[in-house]
Write a protein that binds this ligand. Structure first.
Ligand code: SAH
Length: 472
């Protein structure tokens, strides 16, 4: 990326489209310029500061005429924080752009017939919809332009500033998770400052308080994981006691000692300070009956927008069109949530996932929900899903696949073509790789209904469910 010797200023240009990474697109003399924090239809004065072969990057110096799609931002951190970049765009317009993003990817990259694409399913809650947030404490507060660092500045707790690894934007109020999420974070911050507990400095490996992870369920259970730099009970115990006393809502209060140089905690022990070591989410059962229960451990994955997860899975169930005699494979099963969502409607479900701990959770949850027809295997999909596996578990009548952003390994797609299940339901968080995989699957499958689902309002992310039926 070359930085322009002289920045280029263009006056009164229209913002044309919503583009990658949550940025908008402005076309200047045929060149695509990515610009954050503006809305299609805005007329802006644009500064272009970086130019590459195929595109450029710029910022809006002024919005001369606001787009009719504009709404006022909700969050005080808009414009600095990298999250929720679309929040100044009306929600209906956000949905329209997401639908278009899915359509464009499927048609252009996969040459997929999108004639049976249904209207995107929006989120009922467009703020406070997340059930998990992770905040970082840093001795280095991100300074806004014009600010200088004071010697007595304790630092900040909040989110990493995009592309800056050691600096943290102080967050006062985040509109993503319901209360007491904000109150827990700010109370921990204020306690630490009042008691001279230093925030961590990831560059020099000094300081004590590193991260706080806050998770909740729709039934009102709260898990708080405090992550600190070393084992100092004299400091840690009173701090945990403070949270315990201030927040009776916390049902699972945990801590992790992280002496490593990086923030990942997947390989570290979690200690229960008070309450239980887990929280339990409930999800309505498709077709009615008592709700499903999902036990969530501190390291378990669970869809972060619980209400939308139910809607997403309901489309999966609809497109799967199960018979009571069906054998179902749930590929990339995570903690087995889709498997269990479907288990009551078919003969058996076989889930595959490479995170061992997730498989342990999946088995435990299936037991809690009373399913004895679910089997879970841990391993890399491209290796696990072979002929032996299929003969051992029975050939599937229906396959659900929900791969990560990279999509499915080619071997997995080939195996699915060989297996020839009656139906495949493909859930994806990346319509580009989904388009590639669907194009390959089209050798033997017809593309049916296509259902985009919005799990993450105010971001460019979109989930998409596709129904495939075997050609006879
Ligand atoms: N279906 C689940 C989770 C989907 S996320 C749900 O709805 O909750 C995708 C999952 O694929 C993750 O759990 C990830 O760990 C798993 N995964 C990624 N690559 C994999 C691979 N090569 N083999 C098996 N599982 C994989």
């Amino acid at each position: 990326m070359s930085r322009l010797k002289k920045e280029l200023i263009v006056s009164d240009v229209e913002v044309n489209d919503a583009g990658a990474e949550g940025n908008a697109i402005v076309r200047v003399d045929g060149m695509v310029v990515f610009v954050p924090y503006v809305v299609p239809g805005d007329i802006i004065d644009l500064k272009i500061y970086k130019k590459k072969k195929n595109y450029a990057e710029g910022i809006a110096l002024a919005v001369k005429q606001p787009s009719p799609l504009r709404v006022k931002e909700t969050c005080q951190h808009f414009g600095v924080c990298g999250g929720c970049k679309w929040q100044t765009m009306q929600y209906d317009a956000q949905l329209k752009y997401k639908q278009q993003q899915v359509r464009d990817n499927l048609e252009r990259l996969g040459h997929i017939d999108t004639s049976r694409m249904q209207n995107i399913c929006g989120s009922d809650n467009i703020f406070y919809y997340r059930n998990k947030l992770e905040f970082t404490f840093s001795s280095k507060r991100w300074l806004q332009s014009g600010e200088t660092r004071r010697d007595d500045d304790p630092g900040a707790v909040g989110f990493h500033v995009p592309a800056v690894f050691d600096k943290v934007l102080p967050i006062e109020h985040c509109a993503l998770q319901p209360e007491p999420s904000n109150r827990i974070r700010t109370s921990l911050r204020d306690y630490a400052i009042a008691h001279n507990i230093p925030f961590y400095d990831i560059r020099n490996h000094t300081g004590y308080l590193r991260n706080v992870v806050i998770r909740n369920t729709s039934t009102g259970e709260w898990m708080v994981i405090v992550i600190v730099a070393d084992d100092r009970p004299d400091v840690l115990t009173p701090m945990m006691e403070h949270l315990k006393n201030e927040f009776p809502e916390i049902t699972s209060l945990l801590y992790i000692i992280n002496t490593k140089f990086n923030d990942s905690y997947t390989d570290l022990d979690v200690v229960t300070y008070s309450g239980q070591g887990f929280i339990t989410e409930q999800m309505p059962r498709y077709g009615g009956g008592s709700p499903l229960h999902f036990k969530i451990n501190p390291k378990s994955f669970y869809q972060t927008n619980s209400a939308q997860a139910y809607k997403l899975y309901s489309f999966v169930a609809e497109f799967a069109d199960l018979k009571p005699t069906d054998t179902v494979y749930d590929l990339y099963t995570g903690t087995g949530t889709i498997a269990q969502f479907l288990a009551g409607m078919c003969h058996k479900v076989v889930g595959v996932e490479y995170v061992e701990e997730a498989i342990i959770d999946a088995r435990e949850n299936a037991h809690i929900n009373g399913f004895d027809n679910c089997t879970f295997y841990a391993g890399d999909m491209a290796k696990v899903l072979n002929d032996d596996f299929v003969s051992q578990n029975g050939s599937p009548d229906v396959v659900i696949t929900d791969p990560p952003r990279a999509g499915m390994h080619e071997k997995v797609v080939e195996q699915l073509l060989t297996i020839g299940a009656r139906r495949i339901v493909y859930v994806s968080c990346n319509p580009a790789t989904q388009a590639r995989d669907l194009a390959l699957l089209s050798q033997r499958y017809n593309i049916g209904r296509i259902q985009p689902v919005d799990m993450f309002p105010h971001t460019q992310h979109v989930e998409n469910v596709v129904e495939l039926t075997l050609r006879s």
